[in-house]
Design a protein around this ligand. Structure first.
Ligand code: AIR
Ligand code: ASP
Length: 253
């Protein structure tokens, strides 16, 4: 393949220059990291699964009029996306307490929250992605008050869509993270959902058993991450049911 210009390499994905101006190619790696990259591994097949799952969610959002960066999937690991300027925030929506909220507030994991709670973290690994108040976001110029209102509206629509989709396949959407990008249509600026939506960026629990089907399986050493993601994909009909994730050949004794 012709050499392409790398725009950015993150922990789980690489962005390349796209075929047309205003586009990027997003490549999904098999690398898994947690706790701001203190814990690392390579999980065979994770990139393929996340490429398919993110395509599935973003396409669905586009269909219901929630704008996303997704244009089309190119191959097993790559998708064509709109080039955006990423707002340096993790926009987190929580329906049930878990993870850092449970720790911070002393609320038991799995406790249903009175309403979806949105919070913002500043994207900076060296600082550990600290939670930031809206005041910081506006004062530091990352987003305006109007942008924040738009981001909250987008995040709540994504939450309703994903929660319903997951409920339909027996999965509880505990929380998730999205990133937001700016695009310009002429002089007109718009905010759209960017980055990825996958079990790397959500907490997904089986409704019946409470089994974790997301990156916490890796963070907390709970078993096979690829199996968990394959199960999510299978339930959503994203993978034909007779396909299992790509594993290396191994000797059975
Ligand atoms: N998240 C936050 N930073 C990166 C990711 N993937 C996601 C987690 C979880 C939610 O945001 O996967 O779904 C809240 O994370 P935490 O650690 O703040 O409880
Ligand atoms: N902060 C993210 C997580 O824990 C990614 C990372 O730490 O590398 O999921």
């Amino acid at each position: 393949m012709a050499r392409r210009k790398k725009i950015y390499e993150g922990k789980a994905k690489i962005l390349y220059e796209g075929p047309e101006p205003g586009t990027f190619v997003q490549y999904f790696k098999d690398d898994a990291t947690a706790y701001n990259a203190e814990k690392k591994d390579v999980i065979d097949g994770k990139g393929v699964l996340n490429n398919r799952l993110s395509e599935f969610f973003m396409k669905g959002l586009n269909h219901i009029g929630v704008p996303t960066h997704f244009i089309k999937r190119l191959n097993m690991r790559e998708q064509l996306i709109r080039a955006v300027e990423i707002i340096p925030l993790e926009v987190i929506v929580r329906n049930y307490a878990a993870g850092s909220m449970s720790k911070r507030m002393g609320i038991e994991e799995g406790t249903q929250l009175p309403r979806p709670i949105i919070e913002f973290s500043y994207k900076d690994d060296s600082l550990g992605d600290p939670l930031v108040p809206e005041e910081y976001i506006i004062a530091f110029g990352w987003a305006s008050q109007q942008d924040l209102d738009d981001i909250v509206a987008l995040a709540l629509r994504v939450n309703d869509f994903l929660s319903g989709m997951m409920l339909g396949v027996g999965i509880k959407l505990v929380d998730f993270k999205i990133e937001i990008g700016r695009v310009w249509d002429g002089d007109f600026q718009r905010l759209i959902v960017a980055d990825e939506i996958s079990p790397d960026s959500c907490r997904l629990w089986d409704i019946e058993t409470g089994q974790k089907l997301d990156k916490d399986v890796f963070r907390r050493d709970l078993g096979s991450l690829a199996d968990a993601y394959t199960e999510v994909a299978r339930r959503l009909g994203v993978l034909p049911s007779n396909v299992t994730h790509a594993v290396k050949p191994h000797v059975i004794n």
